[in-house]
Design a protein around this ligand. Structure first.
Ligand code: UD1
Length: 373
C-alpha cells in the first residue's frame, strides 16, 4: 500500500511527524512525502523537519508565497505530475492550509482516495481562508479523521456518511508527547534570561483578520503593551507580520541583553522545540493560532484566544482556553485575570492521549487492503 503524504506549512509539519513515524513502523506501507514549499524559510520549515525527525521530502514543489489563488493553483499544477508518476493508493492531507485543499483536490480529480486528518473542525466564519479550506477538503475526502467530538457532530450535520468519519484524537498532541524529552531539554527560557524573572507570557499573531488592518493591529499591540507593564510578553514574529509591525510601539530582542522585566519583546520565529518549551513555562499565552489552543490545553497553560470564535471548542470545554476577541480592554482584563486566577486544569479532551496516529494508520490499512487479502 502506497501512501503519499502532503505538507506545506508550519502546522502541517507538526501533524505529519507522528503519522510518518507510525507508517514507518508498519511493513505494509510504502510512504512518500511531498513538501509543497508553501513555507520555505529555514525557521518556518527546515528547523521543523530537524526537530521532529521528519525525513527529507521525496518531492519539493517549491511553490513559495503568492495570493491564495496563485498558491493553490501552483500546488495543483506541480502536484499533478507527481501523482501521475507515483500513483499512490491514497493521499494523506492534514490541517487547513492552502496546500491541504490544493493537494486534496488534485488527488480527488485523478480518482485517488483522499484522507483528511483534522477533518470537521468549523469556526462557522467563512471570512477565514482556513474555514473555506476545511469545508472544501472535507467535501471531497474519502476518509475523515476527527480530533474532537465537535468535528464528528459537524460532519454528521453536513451529511457525511458516518462510516467515513473516524474519531481518532489529536496528532498534534501525539507530537507534543513524543518530543517531550527534547523540548524539556531546550535552553530557550534561560537563553532569553526569562528564568530570572518571576513570570512571563508568550504571544503569537498571524491571522489575516488581526494583522492586515493596520488600525486593528495597532489596537492589539497597544493592548499587549498595556498588559506587558505587568508581565513581560515574548512575541516570536511570523515573517509575514514582521513588516506590518514597522512603526508600531514594539521592541525587538537585543541579543546582547536579556529580556527586560516588562514590555512586549519581539523575536524571530522559534523552532518547534524552543517554542513549546517557551509556552510550557509561560504564565499566560495570547494567540490567534489554532494549534497553540490545543497545545496549551495539554500543557495546562492559560490561553487567551484573540479571535471571535474557535473551531476547536474542546480546548474551551476541557481545557485552559478562553476565546476573548480583540477589544483592547478585554485583552488587558483577561490577561490580568489569567495571571491572578489561572484556570483549573480539567480532564484532557477524549483521545488526546498520544495514540491518534496509530488509530489513523489502523484505519488506513483496513480501508485500503482488499477484503480478500
Ligand atoms: C499559513 C496558513 C495558516 C497557518 C499558517 C501557519 C493558509 C491559508 N494559511 O498562513 O492557516 O496558520 O500558515 O504559519 O494556508 N513567508 C515567509 N517565509 C515562509 C513562509 C511565509 O517569509 O517560509 C511570508 C511570505 O511573505 C508570505 C507570507 O508569509 O507571503 C504568508 O505565507 P502563507 O503561507 O501564504 O500564509 P501564512 O500566513 O503563513
Amino acid at each position: 500500500m502506497k501512501v503519499l503524504s502532503v505538507v506545506g506549512a508550519r502546522p502541517n509539519f507538526v501533524k505529519i511527524a507522528p503519522l510518518l513515524r507510525e507508517m514507518a513502523g508498519r511493513g505494509e506501507i510504502e510512504s512518500v512525502l511531498v513538501h509543497t514549499g508553501q513555507h520555505y524559510d529555514a525557521r518556518m520549515s527546515d528547523d521543523f523537519f530537524a526537530a521532529l525527525a521528519i525525513p527529507a521530502p521525496d518531492f519539493n514543489l517549491a511553490v513559495g508565497s503568492g495570493s491564495h489563488a496563485r498558491q493553490t493553483a501552483e500546488v495543483m499544477t506541480r502536484f499533478e505530475p507527481v501523482l501521475e508518476s507515483v500513483r499512490p493508493d491514497l493521499v494523506l492531507v492534514v490541517g487547513d492550509v492552502n496546500s491541504t485543499l490544493a493537494a486534496a483536490l488534485t488527488a480527488a480529480k485523478l480518482g485517488i482516495r483522499v484522507a483528511h486528518v483534522e477533518a470537521g473542525l468549523r469556526s462557522f466564519d467563512r471570512s477565514m481562508p482556513e474555514e473555506l479550506n476545511r469545508l472544501a477538503t472535507d467535501a471531497i475526502a474519502d476518509e475523515l479523521f476527527a480530533s474532537e467530538e465537535s468535528a464528528v457532530e459537524n460532519l454528521a450535520r453536513e451529511g457525511v456518511p458516518s462510516e467515513r468519519v473516524h474519531f481518532v484524537g489529536n496528532v498534534m498532541i501525539d507530537a507534543l508527547r513524543l518530543t517531550r524529552p527534547l523540548w524539556q531539554a531546550s535552553t530557550i527560557v534561560a537563553d532569553l534570561g526569562l528564568d530570572r524573572l518571576p513570570r512571563y507570557g508568550a504571544v503569537t499573531l498571524h491571522r489575516a483578520a488581526n494583522v492586515d488592518d493596520p488600525d486593528r493591529l495597532r489596537q492589539i499591540t497597544g493592548a499587549l503593551q498595556a498588559l506587558a507593564r505587568h508581565v513581560p510578553l515574548i512575541f516570536p514574529v511570523h515573517p509575514r507580520v514582521r513588516p506590518l509591525l514597522d512603526g508600531h510601539d514594539v521592541r525587538w530582542l537585543d541579543a546582547a541583553a536579556p529580556v527586560p522585566a516588562q514590555g512586549l519583546v519581539c523575536t524571530e520565529p522559534l523552532g518547534y522545540l524552543d517554542f513549546v518549551a517557551l509556552v510550557s513555562r509561560a504564565a499566560v499565552v495570547l494567540t490567534d493560532s489554532g494549534g497553540i489552543q490545543e497545545e496549551t490545553t495539554i500543557l495546562g497553560v492559560p490561553c487567551l484566544t484573540l479571535r471571535e470564535n474557535t473551531e476547536r471548542p474542546a480546548t474551551v470545554r476541557h481545557g485552559t482556553n478562553r476565546v476573548i476577541g480583540v477589544a483592547p480592554h478585554r485583552i488587558v482584563e483577561e490577561g490580568l485575570f489569567a495571571l491572578t486566577q489561572p484556570p483549573l486544569r480539567r480532564t484532557p479532551p477524549p483521545r488526546w492521549d498520544g495514540h491518534a496516529a496509530a488509530r489513523i494508520v489502523d484505519v488506513l490499512v483496513r480501508a485500503t487492503v482488499p477484503v480478500a487479502a
